[in-house]
Ligand binder design. Structure first.
Ligand SMILES: *Cc1c(COP(=O)(O)O)cnc(C)c1O
Length: 360
């Protein structure tokens, strides 16, 4: 008999029972959107969780990146430097901010953009860039201090797409950090996002931009924005997620360690600090080129789902095939070998053994 399929991801949002107290509060308050009481409480809890002094809640992670870029990018400039290796949402956000994605390579070690990669690219551009979008690789914390030094040195604004890293952040500063609250992310509320930043003025502006640019009490549009708010129902889910977060993080840590234990004897690489210093909702291994094909065939034969969460790079998508770029040698060599393994709360020890058996 063929063994049962092991799914790659099974998201879980709070149960109806966990939501009820918050839904009852909405019934009583009869406030349904426009920065209501649950929105405020959820913002405060996210701010506490991340240590970020300022926070703007948005309707998704992609729009958080868009708004942060709209505020920070140097006006009159065209290009936003960004890694080719990221989830395609990053490239859409750059375009929605009125900028052109300019694709750069990533470091083999961290799978992220580094200040060195950007510095090597700068002389190859025909004009100075408007901004740099630095992407956290699958929830790993970006190196905030190095990027702060980069910005101080070059005067090029930096924005972080740390979509999957909301529980891994330490030391959020003046460079905005954008996170996703999508159902598949660690603080998943269905759809949602946030901009985290210590710059109060930036947060005031991005928050105003989520509600038609109204600044202050009057219904006067001071900045161009749009409607990027979440409803009180989404905030209610957020409150219930925060209630359950310690238990979820503990489960994710346990599962990561169960994987790490099994990988000790294996010839695959994992991201630095995963499972010990930070956790997220996916678990990726980097497979050697010569072992890749056979590994994927073994997983398929065992009915074990796997996924290249970021595909083969932005430049491989038809919508961004014409994006200007520098040499992407590392991305092209790395992207096919970054394999997302099953990672969810229905995996048994036997399932993990079965998965590990397929790895080189
Ligand atoms: C999830 C994700 C996004 C998009 O977030 P949404 O909330 O789905 O809009 C952007 N960038 C990266 C790296 C992501 O993983």
């Amino acid at each position: 008999m063929p063994s049962e399929t092991i799914k790659v991801l099974i998201p879980r949002l709070p149960s109806t029972d966990a939501l009820l107290p918050y839904l009852n509060r909405i019934d009583s308050a009869r406030i349904y959107s426009n920065y209501g009481p649950l929105h405020h409480e959820f913002s405060a809890r996210l701010s506490q969780l991340t240590g970020a002094p300022g926070i703007t809640i948005t309707c998704n992670g992609t729009s958080a990146i868009e708004l942060a870029l709209r505020v920070r990018a140097k006006s009159g400039r065209r290009y936003c430097l960004m890694p080719a290796f990221t989830f395609i949402a990053s490239a859409h956000a750059v375009c929605n901010a009125g900028l052109t994605p300019f694709l750069l390579d990533v470091s083999e070690q961290h799978m992220m953009l580094t200040p060195e990669i950007v510095e090597a690219a700068l002389p190859q551009l025909d004009e100075p860039p408007a901004a740099v979008l630095v992407v956290s690789a699958f929830g790993a914390p970006p190196d905030f201090s190095r990027w702060k030094a980069f910005e101080a040195k070059h005067g090029i604004p930096v924005v972080f797409d740390a979509a999957a890293a909301v529980t891994a952040l330490d030391g959020v500063g003046e460079q905005p950090v954008c996170v996703s609250l999508h159902a598949t992310k660690v603080v998943g509320i269905g759809e949602g996002g946030a901009i985290l930043c210590s710059d109060r003025d930036l947060i005031e502006r991005t928050t105003a931009m989520t509600g038609f640019g109204f600044l202050g009490a009057e219904r006067v549009s001071a900045i161009q924005g749009g409607n990027y708010r979440i409803s009180e129902y989404a905030a209610a889910v957020g409150m219930a997620v925060m209630d359950g977060l310690p238990a979820r993080l503990e489960a994710l840590r346990k599962l990561s360690r169960a994987y790490l234990e099994r990988l000790k004897t294996k010839d695959v690489r994992v991201q630095r600090g995963v499972g010990d210093e930070w956790v997220t909702m996916t678990f990726n291994v980097v497979v050697r080129p010569e072992a890749l094909q056979a590994t994927l065939e073994r997983l398929d034969a065992q009915h074990i789902e796997w996924r290249r969460w970021w595909g083969l790079g932005c430049h491989r998508h038809p919508a961004f095939a014409d994006a200007p770029r520098c040499n992407l040698t590392t991305t092209d060599a790395l992207a096919p070998r970054v394999i997302g393994l099953p990672f969810h709360d229905r995996l048994s020890e036997q399932d993990l053994d079965r998965i590990a058996d397929c790895l080189p």
